[in-house]
Design a protein around this ligand. Structure first.
Ligand SMILES: Nc1ncnc2c1ncn2[C@@H]1O[C@H](COP(=O)(O)OP(=O)(O)OP(=O)(O)O)[C@@H](O)[C@H]1O
Ligand SMILES: [Mg+2]
Length: 260
């Protein structure tokens, strides 16, 4: 089966003000299997968000190929790029809502822009997802009137509105309380079981997020280590991975599946 996303020898650098070059991705290869959940972990500033922006063609790689369903996004422009992007539901780090639109209008936006649904259909779909994210009753509020956690949930509701083939979540639960975090995870697990989309989740919520993961990618110093299961991480002999396990997962780690 063609992977949903594939990076082949991708390099991404930034020139810094002092004239030095920062290598964020150094000749990395990985693939994201379709219909599965991949978690990307790694320290702050290691390039997790940059990786997602490369996938969407919002940033250009210096070299290498990035394939979405077998099509090279690094060469795509204009309409082709638009069409590639249509397959994605995206939650950027920070909810990135439109301040001048209400909660209802923020969530309705993808339906208005990309479908021909009637007003009644939109009302029903948005109402249903606001309920799922425990936002019922807040339809008419503006983002500035919401807590950070609520904004995040509006962003999630919007990202999932079109039932996209691939979901990219950048820190979907940062700023949410533990109960809401758990509920969002259950919702992910359930929605994925129902729709079978591919999801890529960047998260610091380790080890909890690993309950959702089929594959884990750890990004460190421009290199990626790919693990076929969260458990496999602890068998790595690489010192920086062992350090990661110790600091984020504790000495004994057991994974259990999220109840669906
Ligand atoms: N547009 C840009 N111009 C220059 N440098 C950039 C740009 N975007 C990102 N960087 C640099 O690339 C590195 C990786 O950034 P990125 O945002 O991907 O980190 P991250 O892994 O998502 O971190 P965090 O966990 O804090 O969100 C950082 O050192 C950052 O300063
Ligand atoms: Mg980031």
């Amino acid at each position: 089966m063609t992977p949903a996303i594939e990076f082949k020898s991708v390099t991404k650098t930034f020139s810094k003000r002092d004239g030095t070059v920062q290598s964020v991705l150094d000749d990395v290869d990985f693939s994201i299997p379709a219909g599965k959940t991949t978690v990307i972990a790694g320290g702050s500033g290691q390039g997790k968000s940059v990786t997602l922006k490369l996938v969407l063609g919002l940033m250009q790689a210096d070299s290498g190929q990035i394939l979405i369903d077998g099509k090279d996004v690094t060469r795509a422009r204009g309409r082709v790029l638009e069409e590639l992007r249509m397959q994605f539901g995206v939650l950027f780090q920070g909810a990135a809502l439109f301040d001048s639109l209400t909660v209802f209008e923020n969530v309705a936006l993808p339906l208005r822009e990309r479908t021909r649904k009637t007003e009644a259909q939109i009302k029903e779909m948005v109402g249903y997802s606001l309920e799922q994210f425990e936002l019922a009753g807040h339809e008419e509020k503006y983002p500035a009137q919401l807590s950070g956690g609520m904004q995040k949930r509006v962003g999630l509701a919007r990202a999932m509105q079109l039932e996209p083939a691939i979901m990219l979540f950048d820190e979907p639960t940062t700023g949410l309380d533990p109960v809401m975090t758990q509920e969002i995870y259950h919702l992910f697990a359930r929605t994925q079981a129902n729709f079978g989309f591919t999801s890529v989740i960047v998260s610091h919520d380790i080890p909890k997020i690993f309950n959702l993961a089929d594959q884990v990618i750890i990004l460190d110093n421009g290199k990626m280590d790919v693990f076929g299961s969260p458990e496999a991480i602890q068998w790595s002999e690489k010192p920086h991975i062992q350090e990661f396990v110790k600091t984020t997962m504790g000495d004994i780690y057991q994974s259990h599946l999220v109840e669906k």
